[in-house]
Design a protein around this ligand. Structure first.
Ligand code: RB5
Length: 215
């Protein structure tokens, strides 16, 4: 089941898409709007995003004037990967690489004919696994607010977590003096020991409680 939504700027496009879906016998649930009267696109972006995120619908299609505003609204819902598409290549790649679950298009950007073409590609392109899964997991981490760990872990850094604010500067300067490179993310330090592994260990790391570390 597909979830469809639009504002007044995307109404004509969604009508063309509905005609295509009807011809193909593809089921959809239409969350509105149902005319070209002015409405607020976040309402429809949210309705469709919720339907997809909850599993009620598998994929969604959203249209507004540019496709941008409605995609921004949809992307605020956890689990949503809404992609604004204005060519065939992006319609395909956003399924293959980004596993986009909502296709967004602009009624003031894309012709009805192209919108139907992009829809067809979007619905018929499979998701690829491999390296893309790792990157999508990173997006999930950003959403969950835990990405700093993932970002540093991919570089093989040592994480110093939950650092008390007043300790950030002294720990950082001690490690840097020992030759380590340190990046600060709120209360987390990502410490790269490779340039000065021995020195940093000796001077600083072993003085911190073990619970602060995660490799
Ligand atoms: C409505 O005029 C317009 O702002 C909306 O359709 C959309 O383009 C927003 O991104």
């Amino acid at each position: 089941m597909l979830a469809l939504g639009c504002d007044h700027g995307g109404y004509n496009l969604i009508c063309a898409i509905k005609k295509y879906l009807d011809e193909k016998g593809i089921e959809y649930k239409d969350f509105g709007t149902y005319s070209t009267d002015s409405v607020d696109y976040p309402v429809y972006g949210y309705k469709v995003a919720k339907a997809v995120a909850s599993g009620e619908c598998e994929l969604g299609i959203l249209c507004c004037g540019t496709g941008i505003g409605i995609s921004m609204a949809a992307n605020k819902v956890k689990g949503i990967r809404a992609a604004v598409v204005s060519n065939e290549f992006c319609a395909e790649m956003t399924r293959r690489h980004n596993h986009a679950n909502i296709l967004c298009m602009g009624g003031r950007v894309t012709s009805e004919e192209d919108a139907v073409k992009f829809t067809e590609i979007f619905l018929n392109t499979p998701e690829e696994g491999d390296r893309h899964l790792k990157r999508l997991a990173m997006i999930d981490e950003i959403e969950a607010g835990t990405f700093m760990f993932a970002a540093a872990a991919t570089k093989g850094d040592v994480m110093v977590k939950n650092v008390i604010p007043k300790h950030l500067e002294p720990i950082t300067s001690k490690l840097e003096k020992a030759g380590a490179t340190v990046e600060e993310f709120d209360d987390v330090l990502a410490v790269n020991l490779r340039p000065a592994f021995v020195a940093a260990r000796t001077l600083a790391i072993h003085r911190l409680p073990k619970r602060f570390f995660q490799i």
